[in-house]
Design a protein around this ligand. Structure first.
Ligand SMILES: Cc1cc2nc3c(=O)[nH]c(=O)nc-3n(C[C@H](O)[C@H](O)[C@H](O)COP(=O)(O)OP(=O)(O)OC[C@H]3O[C@@H](n4cnc5c(N)ncnc54)[C@H](O)[C@@H]3O)c2cc1C
Length: 440
């Protein structure tokens, strides 16, 4: 089965055509008098898929497994009763969105037949195929899916530990940290300095820091116009760089300064008590608000499952995101080492459909559908000023590769009407993906 390779810019055609193919298969099986494919029937209701993480990747897998293989029991393990998205949390920081508008509950998934368990997964026993929860409950699984997102590499940046994050928030997992950074921004004096520390690749959401910088600058321009924003970056290049630099110049002038690695932008030490950072060449910068985006790794449960390697991320097979290290386990989203695919919510949702289709097919004794992946990341530089980057990817001999000529970005020097259209498309994307995963 092939999934719409001729229409590379529409990620969701992947899921849609897989769905149609599986449904066609089910109709044919039904017509032949086979109510359920062999393996699922043999295991009956006991074939159970446990999914850890109710964010972009995990909640997608859970929903689409119920859609494409309703015979399976699907258990979703997620501690939070409301999932707050990182996408659009930068808008919240700048006062452009309410907190509630970026939170999503799990009633829709329950209504779709997913058993949602609000608990934290503590440990995985790959040999016995069990998952232990912090409640003490032991869940047996036939397939385990891990989509735990990222964890901070505490200590990788000298001086940046959990206590430091309470003074100098990362706000790189949406929640209390995001609200803390918003309060600090609101309390910052006019004429103050907002300093952002940006890590080297790979990390969650490559354009995310630069969208945040844009929207913080927008907030400062309107509320504290004498303030400055300093970006200290451990890289020389970043996603949509030329577009951001052009937009910043036009929108914010010299209010915002980006310092690259070559210009001594790499921060090597954080003093959260003094709100001060030190760069590789020993320069010190004081901040009124200090936002440290630290180095990251796969969520801890992926490590406890034995699914990560020395890189801190989980190596996976491109065709179905099966772990290369633990049998019966799939890892997706930010936690996976997915080659050139960026760590984004869009990509995690897309990957979730690939994983659901692969598991549904495998547990039905069918070949998995051919996997295609896509990503689009929208960024807002100011209200009505949006830009984007698009890429299409596929599996090749176990690896993930990008399709030649498939990666594209918004044009430089585009007219305002195009920037406004992309701003609207970004908001529409957020509404559509929220409905696709949680809100229906
Ligand atoms: C500021 C910012 C802006 C962003 N903007 C965009 C954007 O505009 N577009 C875009 O596509 N992406 C964006 N992203 C990236 C996006 O948030 C991530 O790529 C996406 O959330 C990854 O999905 P995931 O399923 O891997 O992880 P998540 O969505 O983070 O989900 C992980 C879930 O796993 C749960 N979990 C973790 N450990 C356990 C455990 N042991 N037991 C049970 N549950 C557990 C967590 O509670 C969490 O709910 C942004 C990120 C940031 C930081």
């Amino acid at each position: 089965m092939s999934a719409a390779p001729g229409r590379p810019k529409q990620a969701c055609t992947v899921g849609a055509s897989v769905s149609a193919a599986l449904q066609r298969r089910q109709i044919l099986l039904g017509a032949a008098g086979l109510a359920a494919p062999a393996i699922v029937r043999a295991q009956g209701a006991s074939a159970r898929v446990v999914v850890v993480g109710g964010g972009f990747g995990g909640a997608t897998v859970a929903r689409y497994l119920r859609t494409w293989a309703p015979q399976l029991e699907v258990v979703l393990v997620e501690p939070a009763e409301t999932f707050v998205t990182c996408p659009f949390s930068n808008h919240y920081l700048a006062g452009l969105r309410s907190w509630n508008s970026i939170g999503h509950g799990y009633d829709g998934l329950r209504a779709a037949g997913v058993r949602v368990v609000h608990a934290r997964a503590e440990d995985v026993d790959g040999a016995r195929r069990t998952l232990r929860l912090d409640s003490g409950q032991l869940l047996r699984w036939d397939r385990l899916v891990l989509s735990p997102g990222v964890d901070v590499r505490w200590g990788a940046l000298e001086g940046y530990d959990r206590a430091a994050a309470e003074r100098a928030p990362h706000a790189w997992k949406a929640g209390a940290q995001t609200r803390l950074l918003r309060r600090q921004l609101q309390a910052m004096p006019d004429g103050g300095r907002f300093v952002m520390v940006i890590p080297d690749n790979p990390f969650r959401c490559p354009p995310g820091p630069y969208e945040r910088a844009s929207l913080v600058a927008h907030y400062l321009k309107h509320h504290k116009p004498r303030s400055k924003l300093l970006l200290l970056d451990a890289k020389n290049n970043f996603s949509k760089k030329e577009l951001f630099l052009q937009g910043w110049k036009a929108l914010y002038g010299d209010m915002l300064e980006w310092v690259s690695l070559a210009q001594d932008g790499q921060v090597v030490r954080v003093d959260a008590r003094m709100l001060e950072v030190e760069t590789a060449f020993g320069e010190r910068h004081r901040a009124d608000v200090l936002n440290v985006i630290p180095p990251q790794k796969a969520g801890l449960i992926a490590e406890r499952a034995g699914a990560i390697d020395a890189s801190g991320w989980a190596p996976v097979r491109g065709e179905d995101l099966a772990s290369q290290r633990v049998a019966g386990v799939h890892v997706l989203g930010d936690a996976a080492q997915a080659g050139p695919i960026p760590k984004s919510g869009f990509a995690a949702n897309n990957q979730g459909k690939v994983v659901a289709a692969a598991i549904a097919a495998e547990l039905s004794g069918q070949d998995p559908p051919e996997a295609w992946f896509a990503n689009t990341c929208y960024s807002l530089l100011a209200p009505g000023y949006g830009i984007s980057v698009v890429g299409v990817y596929r599996a090749h001999e176990g690896r993930l590769i990008d399709l030649p000529h498939s990666v594209g970005v918004s044009p430089l020097d585009a007219p305002a009407v195009q920037r406004a259209a992309e701003a609207r498309q970004g908001a529409d994307w957020y509404a559509a993906i929220s409905a696709d995963i949680w809100d229906r």
